[in-house]
Design a protein around this ligand. Structure first.
Ligand code: ZN
Ligand code: ZN
Length: 301
């Protein structure tokens, strides 16, 4: 297909947005950088901007946003930003920081690194953890049952990274960043950078970033292949944002998918996604109950 000027511009939007995010957290107005609500605004803002870009330069008509998808996605974006974020802080990050303090572990060296190196450290720490958690989910049934709902989505868009079973959303949000003393702005810059990359990696935008970007960072080509309809093709490209890890750890695969969705592409409702990991247990219980019932009816007759 011929590459138009519009394509060329769109191909450079992901790296440009990362540069913008880094510039904001490095040189932005102090009042904004110190305000605890800034991250709560910038994170959804990234999703909104990319959703708008989908309207300007669409990748596949089959992935086009509709009412039903929009409200399901909105539910998960809000759930992730509120309940899941709170659970992660309360059950993981805070106890980790407390344990670090009580054990007298200090990592002042981390805070003394150049700011950009701190951002890079946070990105690698988060992505390395997510890579192995994600790979585990594709290789062990109990974990797969929590992750499968994310693979049942039948179209991709900028908000789809937030869609999944709540247990999975919690597991994938775990990290060891709380163990390190770092500049808060470096952590926020890393979170927003990962946000830009992973939002574009799910987005219905005709944007194929240059090779120097896609060598390190996950793109929609890598991640749409990961969302293939056949299970075997999903077992590659685990890096949520850092595809470099797949290249290093031998799970990288080249390609791209247009038709996405597991389980005969059956779209799951919010209720079905929530119950999904427990469904085999519920089904087994019901089968046993029905068997017992028909047996007692047979004796009664
Ligand atoms: Zn997956
Ligand atoms: Zn995905």
């Amino acid at each position: 297909m011929q590459v138009t000027n519009k394509d060329r511009v769109f191909n450079h939007i992901p790296p440009a947005m990362i540069a913008l995010v880094l510039a904001f957290w490095a040189f932005g107005p102090k009042a904004l950088l110190e305000n605890p609500w800034t991250l709560a605004v910038t994170s959804p803002l990234i999703v909104i901007i990319v959703l708008i870009l989908e309207q300007v330069h669409e990748r596949h008509a089959g992935w086009r946003m509709n009412r039903r998808e929009f409200f399901t996605d909105l539910f998960y974006v809000v759930l992730s930003a509120t309940v899941i974020a709170w659970l992660t802080k309360t059950l993981a990050d805070d106890p980790l920081a407390a344990a670090k303090a009580s054990l007298g572990i200090t990592t002042q060296w981390a805070k003394q690194m150049p700011w950009l190196a701190q951002v890079a450290l946070v990105i690698v720490l988060i992505e390395f953890g997510q890579y192995w958690m994600h790979r585990l989910m594709h290789n062990w049934t109990p974990f797969w049952l929590t992750h499968a709902p994310h693979h049942h989505i039948t179209q991709l868009n900028a908000a789809k990274g937030a869609v999944g079973n709540p247990i999975e959303l919690f597991l994938i949000s775990l990290s060891v960043v709380a163990l390190f003393d770092l500049e808060p702005t470096a952590i926020f810059a890393a979170l927003n950078t990962l946000g830009v990359i992973s939002v574009f990696a799910h987005a219905n935008v005709r944007s194929d970033p240059p090779r120097w970007y896609s060598f390190f960072f996950t793109t929609i080509r890598h991640h749409s292949l990961h969302h293939s309809t056949d299970y075997e093709s999903t077992r590659c490209n685990y890096g949520n944002s850092l595809i470099l890890l797949d290249r290093i750890l031998g799970t990288y695969r080249e390609g791209e998918s247009v038709v996405v969705g597991q389980g005969d592409r059956k779209r799951l409702s919010i209720r079905e996604q929530t119950m999904f990991p427990f469904q085999p247990m519920i089904d087994a219980y019901k089968a046993r109950r029905d068997k017992a019932r028909s047996a007692s009816e047979a004796t009664a007759a």
